[in-house]
Design a protein around this ligand. Structure first.
Ligand code: FAD
Ligand code: A2P
Length: 266
């Protein structure tokens, strides 16, 4: 479409890169509004113009860190999903709508100081941690960062795996990451070197044994949780069993939770 023919969307940003990871997962980058300030871990509303001429918007975690010049998103493709059935076809140069009003609970300010932070996620729940893993504050605040990500199949872990691998060479945080980051990806329905649900690996103590770290303890450990509602409910109960309490921006404690999506998952 020529530039003159292109309808300019309200709050429009331009797509600068798109990567398809599986038939159900893709990531993309867009230009960043100059006025947008956000804290790593927050989400915004993004979308496209709907067929009825009104914006069709959904909540999306910003997967890039607060210092990045562009914004990155990591997305599901829901076959009949009102937004993602279209969004999955975006290409470099296309426009999306992005409301520059970031919010969310998965921010460092919502946790009391600690020694070790756990990022616990399934599926696209990895997105806010893709931001926080690239955020210098994460490594300034904690001695150890434990990234647990579980998907059904190995291919669904690839976005996270490449991101973690790239951290060592990152000019801004490469040296800070050093040996602080312990990445613990698992699958549940395909053979992999580490397997099992986040919940099972926490309750059995397998993750602590595999990583050579002590059992979770509210005096030192903090956690951020992002997955389906069922995942969040189950992880919350386990964290509370270890003695951690749920906090919020206005009331920092030992862990915070955010939904990766609403519904039962596809
Ligand atoms: P919807 O009508 O919105 O969803 C249809 C159904 O698809 C849902 O009922 C659910 O069963 C399933 N579904 C929706 N999203 C997902 C998902 N991410 N993983 C598995 N199943 C899903 N989605 C992302 O892909 N990346 C994000 O970073 C992201 N961040 C979010 C942050 C928050 C706080 C919330 C509440 C949601 C977030 N979502 C994210 C979900 C997103 O808002 C949309 O639901 C998703 O883009 C699908 O939109 P849709 O219109 O195609 O389908
Ligand atoms: P499982 O394969 O045992 O169901 P989904 O693709 O359904 O969203 O799930 C993503 C990952 O999250 C899968 O590995 C799935 O494991 C796991 N999972 C789903 N529900 C829960 C839960 N309530 N607690 C822990 N892990 C879960």
């Amino acid at each position: 479409m020529s530039d003159t023919a292109k309808p300019h969307l309200p709050d429009a940003q331009t797509v600068t890169a798109v990567t398809h990871w599986t038939d159900r997962l893709f990531s993309f980058r867009v230009t960043r509004p100059k006025s947008l300030r956000f804290r790593s871990g927050e989400f915004v509303m993004i979308g496209l113009m709907g067929d009825n001429g009104k914006p069709l918007l959904r909540a999306y975690s910003i997967a890039s860190p607060a210092w990045d010049e562009e914004l990155e998103f990591y997305s599901i493709k829901v076959p009949d999903g009102p937004l993602t059935s279209k969004l999955q076809h975006i290409q470099v140069g296309d426009e999306i709508i992005l409301r520059p009003k970031p919010v969310g609970t998965l921010v460092h300010d919502a946790l009391m100081p600690g020694k070790r932070i756990y990022f616990l996620s399934t599926g696209t729940g990895f997105a806010p941690f893709a931001s926080l893993l690239r955020e210098p504050e994460t490594y300034e605040k904690y001695d150890e960062v434990i990234m647990m990500h579980t998907c059904r199949e190995v291919a669904e872990l690839e976005y996270g795996r490449q991101l973690v691998e790239s951290l060592a060479d990152d000019p801004l945080i490469g040296e800070m990451v050093g040996s602080k980051l312990k990445y613990y990806p698992t699958t549940t329905r395909e053979e992999f070197h580490h397997m099992g649900r986040v919940t099972d690996n926490l309750t059995s103590g397998k993750v602590f044994a595999d990583l050579g770290i002590p059992k979770m303890d509210p005096a030192h450990d903090r956690a951020m949780v992002c997955g389906s509602l069922a995942f969040n409910v189950d992880v919350k109960a386990i964290l509370e069993g270890f003695g951690l309490r749920e906090g919020a921006n206005s009331d920092p404690k030992e862990f915070v939770v955010e939904k990766a999506f609403v519904g039962d998952g596809i």
